[in-house]
Design a protein around this ligand. Structure first.
Ligand SMILES: [Zn+2]
Length: 209
């Protein structure tokens, strides 16, 4: 009897993202003027229920392997750093049967939860996002979770750029690993001068963010 593979390999996940349009290869130019040969738009993967479910279940299995998470379930809050992470947060919540879900938003450039989320209401937190490029969104979310008096017990995202951190610092406690299905080697060029795709005259596409 062969064991079913519970967590898909990184290549399979990338293939899934490619198929749904969430991962593109080519030549992209950001409003900042930066050039890159790849582009992620994760909501494109989460618009298909089946894909969303496979990705979320895989991530939930990785999370369950963390003792701090598995021992706290189901009294766990799934936290999204922004509205963009809500689809993955809901899907992971369902896969883990976690009791709560919260998401932060930016107001006046500051990340915060909705008013009247009360200190003491929030279960130990697992912060999830669809993609982590610099880790900044996840790390800022640790701060606002702690301001609510809640504990951070885990973190996970579908794609993590290797140029970003692999752990989140949790002041007053142990750091937590940022679990991911794909660890991606991102390539960035500050301008077209150093861009390999520009040198090959690959047609460029301008992306909004
Ligand atoms: Zn270029």
């Amino acid at each position: 009897m062969t064991m079913p593979r519970l967590i898909p390999e990184q290549d399979e996940v990338l293939e899934m993202l490619k198929r749904t349009g969430a991962y593109r290869e080519g030549h992209f130019v950001y409003p900042s003027g930066q050039h890159t040969p790849h582009y992620f738009q994760m909501p494109l993967a989460f618009r298909y229920y089946d894909t969303a479910r496979v990705l979320a279940v895989a991530l939930s299995r990785k999370l369950r392997l963390e003792k701090d998470v598995s021992s706290a379930l189901p009294k766990v809050s799934i936290i999204s750093p922004s509205p963009g992470g809500i689809p993955v947060a809901f899907a992971v919540r369902e896969a883990l049967s976690a009791e709560q879900i919260y998401w932060a938003e930016r107001e006046d450039g500051k990340r915060m939860f909705r008013q009247y989320v009360q200190t003491g209401d929030v279960h130990p937190c697992v912060i999830v996002d669809d993609i982590s490029r610099t880790g900044a969104a996840l790390q800022e979310t640790v701060e606002i979770v702690q301001q609510l008096g809640a504990r951070v017990i885990g973190a996970a995202c579908i794609v993590r750029f290797r140029s970003g951190p692999s752990r989140l610092e949790v002041p007053g406690s142990d750091s937590v690993p940022i679990l991911s299905l794909v660890d991606f080697d991102a390539k960035w060029y500050d301008s077209g001068d150093a861009c390999a795709e520009c040198k090959q005259d690959t047609p460029e596409e301008h992306v909004r963010f």
